[in-house]
Write a new protein. Structure first.
Length: 317
């Protein structure tokens, strides 16, 4: 599928419902693109060009290039979190763009978004329940359930729209409030537990495929529990490694098909080169004794028997 642009996204507002996933590694990004997810978002640390966060119980911190390369045709948002100044936000967004971002997530105030917009850097932000700001709204719970708080959320949305944001994550806001906001702004509303009337339905992929190490939030749903598949893969991997150890210990591996051979005449020439000197060091003497012992084992097993004889001739010249 062709990668969406900002212009494409705006043209789809109110016409086509889009989907978005937060992904954390290349496997997830690849699967999301192949499934047809429209937008992906990934955490981004400009200092390391990595996600900087654990992914799930099976995957850890990932490099941003691997994720971008895994989903080259998906509109990709790099999450910058919060920054200490508009200038640093611009700097981080430029680095993100250089490394494949189509837009950035910036959790700062509208003036930061406006600064990014003035530099032609597409940005999305966040209203409603904002986990890292949740102390202001009473903790991890829905926001906008009374008229006053709903109006504050609405005003925040208008401010970000005026600042030039291309999208706004609307998290855990009552669906009717989210619908009003969606109809009043030009930007795209990204629903995270805020009902079906927003422009984009947004979830974390771990919640969708069952790899979340914590409880699945109320607004999410496990559509396929792949955690069992990962457990099966881990069991199969351990079994394969144990089989390797077993075959090594029982001398079933390596087999002749795994070994590089040398022709008998070339090996004889090789022995000639080694054993043409009469005076041997202690280390060389031990090597010769070991070699002779090995040849003795094959003495009655052609074509190795002649090598034993040849070794004796070389040594006792």
């Amino acid at each position: 599928m062709p990668k969406l642009t900002v212009k494409d996204l705006f043209e789809k507002k109110g016409k086509v419902k889009l989907t978005e996933l937060y992904v954390t590694n290349a496997l997830e990004a690849y699967a999301a693109e192949q499934a047809g997810i429209d937008i992906q978002i990934v955490s981004f640390k400009k200092e390391t060009l990595r996600t900087g966060v654990p992914t799930n119980k099976w995957f850890r911190d990932a490099h941003i290039k691997d994720i971008r390369d895994a989903a080259p045709n998906t509109f990709m948002i790099y999450g910058l979190g919060q920054l200490s100044s508009p200038e640093k936000a611009i700097d981080a967004a430029l680095i993100a763009r250089e490394n494949g971002a189509d837009a950035v997530y910036c959790g700062n105030s509208p003036k930061y978004i406006e600064a990014l917009r003035n530099e032609g850097l597409p940005a999305v932000s966040h209203i409603g329940l904002i986990p890292y700001k949740s102390t202001w709204t009473g903790g991890f719970k829905a926001v906008g359930k009374d008229a006053q708080s709903a109006y504050r959320v609405y005003q925040d949305a208008l401010a970000y729209d005026q600042a030039g944001a291309i999208g706004l994550e609307v998290e855990c806001v009552p669906d009717r409030v989210a619908e009003i906001i969606t109809n009043k702004v030009n930007l795209l509303t990204l629903s995270m537990g805020s009902g079906p009337k927003c422009d984009v339905e947004f979830l974390f992929i771990q919640d969708v495929i069952g790899t979340n190490t914590d409880r699945v939030p109320r607004h999410a749903k496990v559509f396929k529990d792949t955690n069992k598949s990962y457990e099966k893969l881990l069991d199969d991997t351990i079994e394969g490694l144990k089989n390797f150890i077993k075959d090594v210990n029982t001398k079933k591996f390596p087999t002749p098909s795994n070994i590089v051979e040398i022709k008998d005449d070339e090996f004889e020439k090789f022995l000639n080169k080694i054993f043409t000197v009469k005076n041997f060091s202690m280390r060389e003497s031990h090597f010769i004794l070991n070699l002779l012992y090995a040849q003795k084992l094959y003495f009655f097993n052609p074509p190795y028997n002649f090598l034993f004889i040849k070794s004796l001739k070389i040594i006792f010249l």
